[in-house]
Ligand binder design. Structure first.
Ligand code: PAF
Length: 287
């Protein structure tokens, strides 16, 4: 596995490879878990050349967020990627990607200001900016994103359309641990009691999905009222709990009936102690 820090050398290498074969790309912030490795496995099925990036992107962290504390375990990550047969690991420094004088940022617009974006101003602009750079540097034909970060995936699909990027964005289903908690690098912050409390999240989401499918006549407000107590149990604090509709994750009103929504989707962000956890589930019968 080639490990490169320089954007220029990575770009040259990928452009050379691209003449011979398609490239599939998995962007990450490292601290790789089985969810990331499933994305890499998917990338391997998509193209003969697989590129992974590890970069903790300061642009997507707010001033009081965990940029400094974000877990960095580079050697361990390298071993995992090497054993999966990844061709290139791009691991730039902050200065490599944002040298002095860097100034252009993407402003994603409406979709970036709702759900997580309402609580993390600028987060999705930071994600979109780094992902656009990474797409340009890796010249990837495919890029694989996990559905655990469903709003992020939607933002990436949006910028790919808006900027006519020649990249096929491939969604990958959320990978869960045995206790059904969605895999996330931030799970490493949880104490054992917080981890136990976190199990309420997938339980509540799966109960909500069952409820929605068995009684689509109920309203958005009724369903949210049923699951709120499940998520307000000891040890968890809800930041937001929302049902959206359409691929554009549009807001819904409490009095709207589930059966009248196209592609209803439930999103949640909760705190377990000081750790913020997110999860989501489709309320659509087809999925
Ligand atoms: O999901 C992540 O790990 C990050 O948001 C990403 C896509 C690598 C951009 O920094």
């Amino acid at each position: 596995m080639l490990i490169l820090n320089s954007p220029e050398v990575t770009q040259e290498t990928c452009l050379r490879w691209k003449r011979e074969s398609p490239i599939a790309f998995v962007p990450t912030m490292g601290c790789l878990h089985d969810g990331h490795l499933a994305l890499v496995q998917r990338a391997k099925e998509l193209a003969p050349k697989v590129v992974v990036s590890i970069f903790v992107n300061p642009l997507q962290f707010g001033p009081n967020e965990d940029f400094e504390k974000y877990p960095r375990v580079f050697e361990e990550d390298c071993r995992k990627l090497e054993s999966m047969g990844v061709d290139l690991l791009f691991h730039p420094s902050v200065k490599d990607l944002y040298p002095d004088g860097f100034s252009t940022k993407i402003s994603v617009g409406e979709i970036a200001n709702r759900l997580c974006g309402a609580f993390r101003p600028g987060h999705f602009d930071g994600v979109a900016t780094v992902v656009l750079k990474l797409f340009e540097i890796t010249s990837c034909d495919y890029a694989v994103f996990g559905e655990k970060d469903f709003q992020q995936l939607t933002v990436i699909q949006q910028i790919t359309r808006d900027f006519n990027l020649p990249v096929c964005v491939i969604p990958f289903p959320t990978v869960r641990a045995d206790d059904q908690v969605a895999l996330s690098s931030r799970n490493s912050y949880l104490s054992s009691s917080e981890r136990e409390a976190a199990q309420k999240i997938p339980q509540a989401l799966s109960a909500a999905r069952k409820e929605a499918l068995s009684n689509p006549h109920q309203t958005v407000g009724e369903l949210l009222n049923k699951i709120t107590p499940e998520l307000s149990r000891e040890g968890l604090k809800i930041q937001y709990l929302e049902i959206t509709q359409s691929r554009r994750l549009l807001p819904t009103r409490p009095e709207e009936r589930l059966e009248s929504l196209s592609q209803p989707h439930l999103f949640v962000a909760v705190y377990a102690g000081s750790t913020r956890l997110i999860d989501n589930v489709s309320l659509n019968s087809g999925q």
